[in-house]
Write a protein that binds this ligand. Structure first.
Ligand code: PHE
Ligand code: ZN
Length: 883
């Protein structure tokens, strides 16, 4: 395992590689505990590097069996091999061939990085630095080579043998029970995109004809017997392939595209060239086992990994500091895909909820870092909401500022200019500047400065002058290592909504029109005066969430209700309701903390009633509108002195008020939306189910025993997992007899289905009551619980820490201690998953003093533990650093 002595890596220290690799020939002989890897590398000096440079190849836990240079065994004194390095001090000064033989034990690989076994399936995971766990190599993304992979295995153990590229040869090995396959990938790629798979797998097959008429074979490999559950993923893949042609002009480039679903995977999925490997949770779906949310995740993640073929693979990253170059851009692309496939407004709301829930929280705490970090100790800890989600927002802002056409020109230039290269963020942004003749210097600060900008807007109307004045100030708070910030470029999309609900033309007092409704803020404070505004308008600001900022404005509750009912921007209709609700909830949390009575807001309830009654709105949107801010939303907006119990109480009270206030309308919606048609995962049907289930949940929140009975009935009569899961989730929030009955029944029905059993663990981990921790502890002893499966760990321990705010944050600190015990136990086994769990402490400084002290004590317990992985040590030390 990697030790914690590793030195930090700095962007400013980047040096081009001394040696380039032209071709890699891998010959892998699979064996459960002793797989043999022969790597033949054609190396050549990099003309961009100093002459006569030594050769140093990365390794991680490797044992060298033999080494040859240009066909001759190397003398022992001419090289040095350790588990993590192979160096040749005086390599030839010309191109040469190095043959390296290593041996690895896939069954002992519990980190799930490198070559490992997921169940009985052999698979690899090489991003970010896993290839060095297979063979010695310059394991950095700017070394791009052409790979040919030969795999050999027992026919009975691995009848299916896959690697990147196109199949060139396959057959039995005469006189043995083994067989082999040879795959060739003609596109030069970095080592992190290498993959191979061997196992007993079933598959579904299809075909895609690209826009230029090339036929591409499509294959999705799954555990035998699960083929029927891969149909939706295949459908998603074909839609994603077509969409990338239509939206970005990007065509697929190999003869075959393969996806393999595996049961043990640290992350969601991986974009290995031509051979994506997926956490099976994001491939397998059937109406009986997957929820609408699962289907939506599959759709988005299949698309995301596919889109990487151009943004990540054809053009890759020069170094890991540029991670957002592929991830932020690809998230933006998958968000746009989903918006086109489903509902644009609902997708935007969903994406912003995720951004705020994860990225804003990260940005406000000790783990804040720029979208392009400048230093890391463990790169695996930088697959973060900031790199992914905020990275996507930066790309979105580029489009907002440059317009759809300018944006497309910039993308086209990027693909033309950098195809086949390992690029930087500067090169990416330069394409947009060049294609549209824009100056994006100041914009680059979005990549360099951490923290969420705060924008304050004061709106003044002057009836006599018929003007409306906006005074806008921006501020970027300090973050770790960045005490002083520079002014950002903020594209603020806005509208002025007239009393009749219509948008006024955005004409400035000097006669200029605001193009596309976007103000581009570049100074700490600026003033805009709009003319031709006789009646007081309501400003609709940051429409569509045009910039990832925290916005405050002098809008009254009446203004917000007006926007909720009339704004032409659906996102801001939703936002207005959220703002009303959060304001009320924060007031009530403050009241509770001061032992004062809570207030109610009849206006909010009426605004929600208006939304529920508006037949023009899509059910999915109404469902979002009726979903009150989460406990974490409230904690984040409070920002300090957070008391999760008070938050829970205030939120529950509001849920009860809304459930009661809208009772008749909710019951009516529930009945109206009950569907007898067979289940279909399409967005419109999913939206109807979402609204129906929100209605059920709010009715139950109002304390109605009829609603509990409805939920129990829905649980047992449901013909799909969405409705069944929604019913048992609602029941789980109430200490009623029906709850345990449903939980027990759920186990009996699904005990043999790992992905559904994960839901059973997560459901119980999230029950917000004092007995939860005991229940979770008990579940860690359940025969189906195991630290060896990341999905299972996340479903029990991750769900408890992330979804159960009151119980993870118990005042006695027992929730924190429980998490730390499991992080320490898991760290020796799988440091990546352990360090992810540890990020549950990312807001510990915002807690009220009692809990803050308990959390700090537990963080210190981790910090002083012996033999921590680099992964966990990095998270815990940054978490504890003085702000
Ligand atoms: N690159 C993967 C993605 O598409 C994420 C990942 C990172 C997977 C590291 C495995 C390991 O986002
Ligand atoms: Zn990605």
């Amino acid at each position: 395992m990697r030790t914690d002595q590793d030195q930090p890596v700095r962007l400013e220290d980047y040096q081009p590689p001394n040696w380039l690799v032209e071709t890699v020939d891998l010959d892998v002989s699979l064996h459960p505990t002793a797989s043999r890897v022969r790597a033949t590398l054609r190396l050549k000096p990099n003309p961009a590097a100093p002459a006569a440079a030594p050769l140093a190849l990365d390794g991680d836990g490797l044992t060298l069996r033999s080494i040859k240079l240009d066909g001759a065994p190397l003398a022992p004194e001419s090289y040095a091999a350790t588990p993590d390095r192979l160096s040749i001090a005086q390599p030839p000064r010309h191109p040469f061939v190095l043959e390296i033989e290593t041996q690895v034990d896939p069954s002992a690989n519990t980190q799930l990085s490198g070559l490992y076994r997921a169940g009985d399936t052999y698979c690899t995971q090489c991003e970010a630095e896993g290839f060095r766990r297979i063979t010695y190599f310059p394991d950095r993304p700017d070394v791009m080579a052409v790979y040919t992979t030969r795999i050999e295995a027992e026919k009975s153990e691995a009848p299916v043998l896959l690697a990147n590229g196109n199949l060139v040869e396959a057959g039995d090995i005469p006189g043995t029970t083994r067989h082999h396959a040879v795959w060739h990938d003609p596109f030069p790629k970095p080592s992190y995109l290498f993959a191979l798979v061997g196992g007993v797998l079933g598959h579904v097959a299809d075909e895609f004809v690209t826009m230029s008429g090339r036929r591409v074979a499509l294959r999705i490999y799954v555990e035998p017997g699960k083929e029927r559950r891969a149909g939706f993923a295949m459908d998603a893949l074909k839609r994603a392939m077509r969409w990338d042609e239509e939206a970005f002009g990007r065509e697929y480039d190999l003869d075959i595209f393969m996806i393999v679903a595996v049961s043990a995977f640290n992350m969601g999925a991986m974009e290995n060239k031509g051979l994506n490997i997926f956490n099976d949770k994001y491939v397998l779906a059937s109406p009986e086992t997957a929820t609408d949310e699962d289907y939506a995740n599959i759709d988005g993640i299949i698309a995301h990994e596919y889109f990487h073929n151009w943004t990540g693979n054809r053009i890759t990253c020069r170094d890991w500091f540029q991670l957002c170059l592929k991830e932020g851009l690809t998230v933006f692309r998958d968000q746009e895909y989903t918006a086109d496939q489903r509902s644009r407004a609902v997708e935007r709301i969903a994406d912003v909820r995720v951004l705020r829930a994860h990225q804003f929280v990260e940005d406000a705490g000790p783990l804040a870092h720029p979208v392009r970090p400048e230093v890391y100790r463990e790169i695996n800890n930088f697959y973060t909401p900031t790199v992914y989600e905020k990275g996507a927002e930066i790309v979105r802002m580029l489009r907002t500022m440059l317009g759809a056409d300018g944006f497309r020109k910039g993308m086209d230039l990027y693909f033309a200019r950098h195809d086949g290269e390992a690029a930087t963020v500067e090169q990416f942004v330069a394409c947009f500047a060049d294609a549209t003749d824009s100056d994006l210097e100041q914009f680059m600060r979005w990549y360099r400065q951490a923290g969420t900008p705060e924008v304050a807007v004061t709106v003044r109307h002057d009836a006599k002058a018929a003007t409306c004045t906006l005074e806008i100030a921006q501020m970027l708070p300090p973050t770790p290592g960045q005490p002083v910030k520079e002014t950002m470029v903020i594209p603020l999309t806005l509208g002025l909504v007239a009393p009749d609900g219509r948008d006024l033309p955005l004409r400035l007092a000097d006669g200029r029109m605001v193009e596309r409704g976007v103000l581009t803020l570049t100074r700490p404070a600026e003033t805009y005066v709009f003319a031709g505004v006789p009646a007081r308008p309501v400003a609709s600001l940051n429409r569509g969430f045009s910039a990832p900022i925290r916005l405050t404005a002098n809008l009254t509750p009446d203004d917000l209700r007006f926007l909720a009912a009339h704004d032409s921007d659906a996102f801001n209709r939703w936002q207005a309701l959220q703002t009303l609700a959060v304001t009320l909830l924060i007031d009530n949390v403050t009241a509770l903390r001061a032992s004062q009575p809570m207030r109610t807001d009849a206006g909010l309830v009426r605004a929600l009633e208006t939304i529920l009654a508006d037949p023009r709105l899509e059910p999915a949107f109404v469902a979002r509108a009726l979903t009150l801010p989460t406990e974490s939303d409230i904690a984040r907006e409070l920002g300090r002195d957070v008391d999760p119990d008070a938050i829970f109480t205030a939120r529950n009270a509001l849920r009860a008020t809304v459930g009661e206030g809208l009772g008749a309308a909710l019951r009516d919606a529930y009945r109206r939306l009950a569907d007898s048609a067979p289940y279909s995962p399409d967005a419109a049907s999913a939206g109807r189910r979402a609204l129906k289930n929100v209605a059920l949940d709010l009715l139950a929140a109002s304390g109605s025993s009829a609603a509990i009975a409805m939920a129990a009935r829905q649980y047992s009569s449901a013909d799909n997992m969405t409705d069944r899961m929604a019913a048992v989730t609602t029941l789980s929030l109430h200490p009623v007899r029906e709850r345990q009955a449903a939980i027990d029944d759920f186990y009996r029905r699904y005990r043999d289905d790992a992905l559904v059993l994960d839901k059973w663990f997560a459901l119980q981990a999230a029950i917000p009551e004092a007995a939860a921790l005991d229940r979770v502890r008990e579940l860690t002893r359940h025969p189906a619980f195991s630290l060896g499966n990341p999905n299972r760990v996340r479903s029990l321990i991750g769900a408890f820490a992330q979804m159960n705010q009151t119980q993870f944050n118990r005042a006695d600190g027992e929730g924190y201690a429980f998490l730390v015990d499991h992080v320490l136990a898991l760290d020796a086994h799988n440091p990546q998953v352990a360090s992810r769990l540890m990020t549950a402490f990312k807001s510990w400084r915002a807690l009220e003093p009692g809990r803050r002290g308990k959390a700090e004590a537990e963080l210190r317990r981790v910090a002083t533990a012996s033999s921590l992985s680099t992964d966990v040590r990095d998270i815990v030390e940054r978490s504890l650093a003085e702000p």
